[in-house]
Design a protein around this ligand. Structure first.
Ligand SMILES: [Mn+2]
Length: 334
């Protein structure tokens, strides 16, 4: 979607929120810790300001986030005029089923994806923030809202999950400082991180086993591809919510600088995640297919007209092109 809005400062964002009420907060499809932490964290902040809000998502909220999503008041009056905000949503396409109804109604977007083109009337974008929850934390401070333990649970979860537990290259000193501030509010960070990173369901492990079995290597073992087929979902009983973080697997292999994960969607087509190491730009790969994201982590989609084989082929074509640009030379498939 083309840009139509303007980019605003955090101060203007705070002013905007102060001047409005009855907020509808949109999160992105296949919700992760950061979009939910941002949405429900913001709802708790607005509550402290005496304002009403409700968080919505096109998809079901994964169970592992229930511990903080249930803490936020959901009290917007949906019969009255709503102020629509999007959090951690880089593109209206990522609103899923909510896109049609709300794409052109977003008054404010708070985001950290550099690929955000400014679809909202006003956008606060901090591309240097590892997680959007960092922006929400700073917003709370600017609004003079005292961050309590419940907000800290939501925001810490978002920051930790978007940084792979403070390990990804997006993690900054500021990320750690905000994380430390949140821990001081009395949250159990070890327990949050255990649930988010250590614990896997048995069906997830079963699916990983199948995906690893079918993993492919290309371009002199510098690119690894896994495909999660409908058959794997059906055989194991996994849903998308069981697969968070699975995209880290291909890139975790020694020598791999481009990891591609294709998930076959129920309605056909593929949801694709690309993870890279320098010098390859993940968002450059995904942009070629109409997607976007961050330099090390990006996503795109391919439609139902693609068979699994064709979808992999299509992605490899773009990986090859971007690798050739990155290395200024020809990349051959081996
Ligand atoms: Mn995020």
């Amino acid at each position: 979607m083309e840009s139509k809005g303007r980019f605003i400062t955090l101060f203007e964002t705070a002013e905007f929120l102060s001047g409005k009420d009855n907020f509808l907060i949109l999160t992105h499809q296949n919700p992760d810790g950061d979009t939910l932490g941002s949405g429900f964290g913001l709802a708790m902040i607005l509550d402290k300001l005496g304002k009403k809000s409700t968080v919505i998502c096109s998809d079901e909220i994964p169970k592992k986030y229930e511990y903080f999503t249930s803490l936020a008041p959901q009290n917007a009056d949906l019969q009255k005029a709503l102020t629509v905000i999007a959090v951690d949503v880089a593109d209206t396409k990522l609103l899923g089923d909510l896109e049609e109804k709300y794409a052109d109604k977003v008054e404010l977007c708070i985001d950290h994806h550099v690929s955000n083109v400014g679809y909202a009337k006003a956008t606060y974008l901090d591309g240097s923030a590892a997680a959007n929850c960092e922006c929400i934390y700073e917003l709370a401070k600017l609004l003079g809202v005292e961050v309590d333990a419940n907000m800290a649970l939501a925001l810490y979860t978002g920051i930790s999950t978007d940084t792979g537990c403070f390990r990804f290259s997006n993690t900054t000193a500021k990320t750690h400082r905000i994380g430390a501030d949140l821990i001081e509010l009395g949250i159990d960070s070890a327990e949050i991180n255990r649930v988010m990173f250590e614990t896997k369901s048995r069906i997830r492990v079963e699916l990983e086993r199948m995906a690893l079995d079918a993993m492919q290597f290309h371009f002199n073992n510098r690119c690894a591809v896994i495909v999660i087929t409908r058959e794997m979902y059906e055989k194991t009983g996994c849903k998308d919510e069981d697969l968070e973080g699975i995209t880290a697997i291909p890139r975790s292999i020694e020598g791999v600088i481009v990891g591609v994960t294709l998930r076959e969607r129920e309605q056909g087509g593929f949801k694709i995640s690309v993870r890279t190491y320098p010098p390859v730009d993940a968002s450059a790969i995904c942009k070629r297919v109409g997607g976007g994201g961050h330099i090390r982590a990006a996503g795109c989609q391919l439609g139902a007209e693609y068979s699994t084989e064709d979808a992999v082929k299509e992605m490899l074509k773009h990986v090859k092109a971007v690798m050739e640009e990155s290395f200024a030379g020809t990349v051959t498939d081996k």
